[in-house]
Structure formats: C-alpha cells, structure tokens
Ligand binder design. Sequence first.
Ligand code: PRP
Length: 193
Amino acid sequence: MAAKASNPDGTWYAGDIDRLVVTEDEIKQRTAELAKQVAADYADRDGLLLVGVLKGAIMFMADFSRALGLPVALEFMAVSSYGQGATSSGTVRILKDLDGDISGKHVIVIEDIIDSGLTLSWLLKYLASRGPASVEVVALLRKPDAVKVDVPVRYIGFDIPNEFVVGYGLDYAERYRELPYVGVLKPEVYTRA
Ligand code: PRP
C-alpha cells in the first residue's frame, strides 16, 4: 500500500503522481475477493445485470465482470457530477441512459469511486424507479472523509484518504485513466494555469 510511485512506468506520466494509494496487485487481489463474495451471494439468482458508471468504472467493470464467473448482462450509464474540476458540485445529469429495461433484474451498480456519494445517491433512486428486483453496489474505492450523503453500499474495495486520486479509470481532465494503479496526483498538476 505504501509503495512509492518512483516513476513506476518509465516515462508514462512521469513526475505527475505523488505516491501510490492502491497498487495494481492490490486491485487484482481485492477484485477477486469481491467477485467471490458477490458470486456466492448471487449464485441462486437469474437475471443478473451489471451497470457500469462511465467513464471511471470501465477498468473495474472489465476486471470485475471477468472475475465473477457468473452469467451477467452488461449495461453502462454515463452521468456527470463534476466535469473537469477536482471537487464534486453535486449536480448530476445523464449523459448516457440504460439501453434496456431493468424491471425484474438483479442490478449491481459498478462504481470506481464514491467521493461525496451524490452521484450514487441520485443513481440508486433513478434505478429503483425502474422496477428492478434488487439493486446493490460494488465500489472499488470510497473516500470516507468526503462523504456528504450516506448511501448503502454492500461491497467496497478500499477506503482511501480524501486526496485527488487518478488511475484505473479515474481521470484528471481525461488523463491518467489508463494507469493500472491508483495514485495521488501532485497538486501542482491541477493548480497549473
Ligand atoms: C466520478 C466517479 C463517480 C463520481 C463519484 O465520475 O467516477 O461516478 O464521480 O463522485 P461523487 O461520489 O462525489 O458523486 P465523474 O463525474 O468524474 O465522471 P467520469 O467517471 O466520466 O470521470
């Protein structure tokens, strides 16, 4: 957990990452544990639907769905909560809606991070209004110190400090999503004029 991001990827964003928060190996291991837990809990249910929240959840959705070992359908929604800034505004709007009907389905929302909780709080109400059999959430990361609204999240990967993190789906101004780990972005990167 405390590994240093001393340029772990050659010249790849060299110098922009202050330190690692969750390593690639830790993500793999925790994803496998979460998948095992969810697979056991849902073993006797049909109509399992994973709803990934774009864009941040793409990496976790891909890895989690493959680790699950159960037949699932995949859907994606895109909602916007804080554009290109570094903190949440609380404004949520749908950029891409569900393609299909979720009524009667066992929905599992796949999120990369719960920051203020505003996105998820809104999303859970929205999904509940569409008649699913059940809705639960799997979130890879949560910032307990940033939570403004409590949301019921059954499966959490890691609680992390309230710092600006990027990687493994998380961006700053659309950069860093493809990093295989989660790390703290150096403040000078986002305070640069
Ligand atoms: C991020 C993240 C979550 C949400 C969490 O998405 O992926 O969906 O914010 O923040 P909250 O708990 O404070 O609501 P963002 O709106 O940045 O879009 P992106 O995933 O496309 O980067």
